[in-house]
Design a protein around this ligand. Sequence first.
Ligand code: ADP
Ligand code: MG
Length: 689
Amino acid sequence: MLLSVPLSALSRVGQSTAQSLKKLGLETVQDLLFYFPFRYDDFSQSTPIDKIEAGQNVSISGTIEMIQNKRSAKQRRQLTEALISDESGMIKAIWFNQPFITQNLKPGDLVSLAGKTAESYGQLTIVSPQYEKVGANGALIHTQGLVPVYHLNADFSQKQLRFLIKQAIDAADKIEEWLPEKILKDLHLMSLSDAVRQTHFPKDFEEAQIARQRIGFGELFLRQLRAQSLKQQIKHKQAPKIEFQEILTRRFVQSLPFTLTAGQKQAAWEILQDINRNAPMSRLLEGDVGSGKTVVAAMALFNAAINKYQGALMAPTEILASQHYKSLLDLLGSFNVKLALLTGNQTEANFALPKSKNARREHIIQEAEIIIGTQALIQDYNIPKLALVIVDEQHRFGVRQRQKLQQSSVSLWPHFLSMTATPIPRSLALSIYGNLDLSLIKELPKNRKAIITKIIAEEQREQAYIFLRQQIESGRQAFIICPLVEESDKLGVKSATAEYKRLQADIFPDIAIGLIHGRLKSNDKEKVMKEFAEGKIKILVATAVVEVGVDVPNASAMLIEGAERFGLAQLHQFRGRVGRGPHQSYCLLLTSKEQLNPNTAERLQALSKYNDGLSLAKIDLKLRGAGDLYGLIQSGFPELRIASLFDYEMIKKAQKAAEDLISSDPELSAYPLIKAKLQTEAETEAHLE
Ligand code: ADP
Ligand code: MG
């Protein structure tokens, strides 16, 4: 079988199955073989029935004594019930809405079942197990040994997919090896053909592990190659030299209402030196929530402006863009710098703008020295003297986006700075962004007091409100975060809109409350944020829109409803909205006991114990497992399907191998397969935008 064979040629793949496969991105045998399982269930031991207990994952072998379809009285669901026996005992099996099973399995058949057990009405039952007849043609692939488990949509069962992969697996022989022989040998990696085969059908965990290492290495190696070759390309590009303006910069620093931390000074110095060159800067500025990255960005943008160039600051949301605009107005307003805000709905500037929308935009693009906006927008314009681009919290800002910006500026590459609060360790940052230099702000400003975080049960709700009231009465402000915008009857989750009404009517009738969520028009958002920043609104009821960046130093308390529904990283970001000024701040995590499973409890406890992002990231990693930290994979690295970003050893090896290859053959002319792969990836990325 060839790798290019369409899946419709496989047995039992009709029109509709082919359609469902396509939804998973699977059209050819090759696609199927590279659709890897994300975990394995271990059914290598079949358990004697009398040894089984409720709540276990088991694999059993036995004879079907009885099997029949039923209709469940209450829910009108189709049930299939069977009794299975072995030498030791008897167990019940049930399936839901799969009446056809009685066509396949008949009394007297020898079967192998795998699934989870439960106790129902005092009887031990195996629920919706995978099943397979023993002695039917071929080996058992579904229920014995390690069983691969794939990400699937509702159209498909694990069993169907495994059946298809089994049919196609011999085509793995035809997979071309693209890693250079020397690398395979030096690093003791298996061939790609073998690795693909073993990833789907490993004998044991060790085999699975070895195979996955080979595939994971390939992914990391390609990623490193891309980063390195980009580094090479950029190295020879010209960038506008932004000369360091010592006197004005000093004056700016003196004008601040605080002294810079050592970390801020160091980072600013690294950046200012970088942009004072003809080679484009590629730098990542990493600092925990509240560490003061904005003022560092402002110093660099200020220098660009004094040099008669333009600088752009891009934020992920409109709210954040307009916050940044205000912060920069505060910081730079008295320095005679032309600042402007440019988002889908807003155009503002500290210099005169024409009336019509398009004319305003055009005027900003031409005249502003510093433009603050959302990413998409700024990219759509040709900013004539763009010399410095700073992006805040956007992991997907990659090569292609940079190229676009480059085309928009004369023929020079702008300097590039990416800012993030995601606490990735240095080695990891280098592996992800192999082409970026790194600046770290390690400390928070000294005036900060650690935020006191407490888990609050539903019964303590009244006390929590009393506490908020005290905070307001002593002059502070508060946030109340709700998981949803609108009420969801199904989940009983607090919605911001309903909660806002209730609080204003019943709990705080005498206090000014505001409401903000993603579905408000941007003018309204703007107005609410302004009133909150000015202290007119005392309590802001909000959804996740306040997650990043919002900066109101007078806010000292936050109450998070349904805290169990948010991830650790998100909670840490929320909490970062308080404790930004000199006041002791508080974060109350409201959660009902019923919602607290051990994992959630541990997550919330971690938050009450630790104030820094790095400790939390480590705990998050422990609770969620590698590869999913802060949703890194989903948010920015689709090319890593198997590799773990936390396998430092492997990352280092991939980095070294990529460096060696690029330095020996910068054009990769001796490696057409690798070149083609890089090309395909670049195209895929372009396609994803
Ligand atoms: P982040 O790194 O999360 O973007 P910001 O730049 O928004 O943090 O800064 C958070 C707050 O700390 C702002 O109100 C800012 O004015 C203030 N700030 C920044 N640097 C210092 C400092 N060195 N000392 C005291 N406050 C500072
Ligand atoms: Mg920020």
